[in-house]
Write a protein that binds this ligand. Structure first.
Ligand code: C2E
Ligand code: MG
Ligand code: MG
Length: 684
């Protein structure tokens, strides 16, 4: 069937109309005499049906949040006890009554659809009984035969099946999703045994009612007790696997689900995990208070929950959501799905009359081989941080099939070993005074010669380490090595400030300042000699936590530098909120400078402002002499780049330092081609 050929409105109208026609036929053909004995049970079981519709056991959280009610039991009791038409009218009336009482604000079309859907489902279930036995009702005095009991199973199956099918079709039309996908999600929480148990109560009610209506009361009490026990069991199971605030799944449910899917996965039955993190949620929380923040999270959760094609939506942290997609989707389809979720979340909100808007970053990873279930999650998480860092919205993680070499996650075990075996090296790139050519500082850059993959770019393996416990170890490793090299250089007679890079994740680590201060103390190097480079985007992740760490580092005496300035969204005035001592202008600015006038203007105002704020300015990535002279003209005092010197191991650094100064005369010459560029060419 062509889904687009049918509008949701048309579909809902047809189902409602079909239900209404059935009910009309029932009303016309039903003959009622006031002495009919079935009138009382019809009313009693109709009321019980309505009551159970009003008090269902809700299973919030799963995308396809299910509901369990006893109404099917009473619906079947009606079918078994009163004329077919009367049963259908009773069921429809009870459904309508239940809907109006429990959800008075439910839109009329949905009430009409619900009515049509239930009428159709019970009408067809009743047909099963009619076809098999000539009548739905258990005739008075005959009692419920075993045949009746057995027939209830296919009839019940038809009833539940039609219900699920009709709803799934509506969702499939609404969300333009394949009906199979929706059906699969809708069937997932369907517990056959429990539903069979609930149905088996129906004939018992009928037989008891026939022998004495009072006995039905006794059974009702017993049923109620069972129902409550079930409710509690479900609720406690549910509680331990769901997030209280949003009703979505929690980390436990997520891990269980991914584990299940991992176990069932084959090459053509994989699954994908999306990690979605809200951008700037903290600011909303801080500005409008936690209550508004919480309500916003609930609203985001609601929007995600409505996406019935998703297998699971979980909330795993403050403003982090994880979505499991069970369909086998191509990367482009996954990217589109991620973008769709982003656009859902970023549509405007109104919370306590405050208009709000928020964006989100999404990382996607596909389980495509035999990697561990949790690796997929970690990989999606890494991708999300990339998306956030790049401001690119959706990033798909390259787990196994990475053109650029080994998948990031595959590097982790090797990296661990490399740290233990001291296989990492550090190179230093001189920072040069653009006025005198004097080397005024050294930036430490980490190098890893992988035994099989060759030189791995630091951006790559550091990104992999960022989501493991390896990162703190790596950062401390670099620090120790740098402090050791500083001492060695001092012994050779070169006293130079050193810059060390830390990752944005390091700045969320409250132990970092103390640990670095301890390492520094043990080495005897003065804090002023060490500058810590922080990328601009690190400031956005969790501004308050980051600010605290930065303040503590500054209090210990470290210099603080904003690396890659201009690639993110920080403004210089925003940098003033933090104790930065230096700005490193990203090489993209240096590149743009020559090609357009605006680039040069921006650069000159950044330099001016930074100087006004008492910060040093370093231009990165100077590769050509025309860039050098332009920077000199704009008043930039320091620079770094292949033209001046590539990053060098300590052994090669000493001769350069011994020469005293680098040539900054601006005369045309070839840049020092770095060891790294050669390898980078090979790798990509
Ligand atoms: P960064 O801190 O901005 O480092 C400058 C990068 O530019 C280095 O790349 C350097 O080799 C390269 N570079 C220097 N001059 C030029 C030039 O003239 N042209 C071009 N195109 N590139 C130039 P590298 O070593 O690959 O490092 C990449 C990034 O990895 C660094 O960017 C830094 O963010 C990170 N990184 C490096 N070492 C560490 C470390 O020990 N810890 C942490 N957390 N990050 C590190
Ligand atoms: Mg740097
Ligand atoms: Mg940089």
């Amino acid at each position: 069937m062509n889904r687009r050929a049918i509008s949701l409105r048309g579909y809902v109208a047809s189902i409602s109309l079909a239900g209404a026609s059935i009910l009309l036929w029932c009303a016309i053909t039903l003959e009622i005499r006031f002495i009919d004995t079935w009138i009382v049970p019809a009313v009693v079981f109709g009321v019980l049906f309505a009551i159970s519709e009003i008090f269902p056991i809700r299973l919030p959280g799963r995308v396809d949040s299910g509901e369990w009610t006893m109404s099917a039991t009473f619906g079947f009791a009606l079918l078994l006890m009163v004329p077919y038409q009367a049963a259908l009218i009773g069921i429809a009336a009870a459904t309508l009554f239940g809907d109006l009482l429990a959800q008075p604000r439910k839109p009329r079309v949905r009430i009409a659809f619900n009515l049509g859907q239930i009428t159709l489902a019970f009408a067809l279930a009743g047909m099963v009984l009619v076809v098999a036995r000539g009548s739905t009702a258990i005739t008075a005095g005959s009692g419920a035969s075993i045949g009746h009991l057995l027939l209830l199973l296919p009839a019940g199956f038809v009833m539940y099946g039609i219900n699920i099918l009709l709803v799934s079709l509506a969702i499939s039309i609404d969300q333009s999703a394949p009906v199979v996908t929706v059906l699969r999600a809708d069937f997932a929480p369907f517990d056959l045994a429990t539903h069979a148990l609930l149905l088996s109560f129906a004939p018992v009610f009928v037989v008891l009612w026939r022998s004495s209506p009072w006995l039905t009361g006794v059974l009702l009490v017993a049923t109620l007790a069972t129902y409550r026990a079930m409710h509690e069991a479900i609720a406690s199971r549910h509680e331990s696997r769901h997030d209280e605030l949003s009703g979505l799944g929690n980390r436990r449910l997520l891990h269980e689900r991914i584990g299940e899917l991992r176990a069932a996965a084959t090459t053509d039955r994989s699954f994908a995990v999306m990690v979605m993190d809200l951008d700037g949620f903290k600011a909303i929380n801080d500005t409008f208070g936690h209550e508004v923040g919480d309500l916003l999270l609930v609203e985001v959760a609601e929007r995600l929950k409505r996406q019935r094609t998703l297998d699971l939506v979980a909330r795993t942290g403050g403003d982090e959501f994880v979505i499991v997609v069970r369909d086998h989707l191509a990367p482009e389809e996954l990217r589109a799905a991620g973008s769709h979720l982003r656009s859902l979340v970023s549509a405007p909100y109104e919370i306590q009359e405050i208009p709000l808007q928020i964006s989100a970053s999404v990382g996607v990873a596909v389980h495509s081989g035999d990697e561990d279930a949790l690796d997929v999650l970690a990989s999606a998480d890494t991708a999300m941080y990339f998306a956030k860092g790049e401001g690119s919205g959706v990033v798909i993680a390259d787990l196994m099939h990475d053109r650029r070499g080994p998948g990031r996650l595959q590097l982790i075990p090797d990296l661990r070993q490399a740290i233990d075996a001291d296989e990492l090296r550090i190179e230093y790139q001189p920072q040069v005074s653009l006025l005198t050519g004097e080397v005024v500082g050294l930036e430490a850059l980490l190098r890893w010669d992988h035994p099989r993959h060759g030189l791995v770019a630091p951006g790559r393996f550091i990104a992999a380490a960022e989501h493991t416990e390896l990162l703190p170890a790596l950062t401390r490793y670099v620090f120790e090595r740098v402090l050791r090299d500083e001492r060695a250089l001092r012994l050779e007679g070169f006293e130079l400030p050193l810059s060390v890079n830390v990752s944005s994740r390091d700045l969320l680590d409250s132990r970092l300042p103390r640990d670095l201060a301890e390492l520094l103390h043990a080495s005897g190097v003065r804090a002023e000699r060490v500058t810590i480079e922080v990328t601009e985007n690190a400031l956005f992740a969790e501004p308050e936590r980051v600010a605290r760490v930065l303040d503590e580092l500054a209090a210990s005496g470290f210099g603080l530098s904003v690396d890659d300035f201009g690639t993110g969204y920080a403004s210089l005035s925003r940098l003033r909120d933090h104790p930065f001592t230096e700005v490193k202008i990203d090489r993209s600015f240096v590149l743009a400078m020559r090609h357009n006038q605006a680039g040069a203007k921006i650069l000159s105002s950044v330099i001016e402002l930074a100087h006004a704020l008492d910060m040093d300015v370093v231009a990165e990535g100077i590769e050509r002499s025309d860039q050098l002279s332009e920077l000199q003209r704009l008043g930039c005092s320091r620079g770094q780049g292949y033209l001046l010197s590539p990053p060098l191991p300590v052994s090669e650094l000493v001769p350069l330092l011994a020469r005293g100064a680098v040539d900054v005369s601006g005369a045309d010459r070839q840049p020092g081609r770095s060891h790294l560029t050669v390898v980078a060419d090979n790798v990509s």
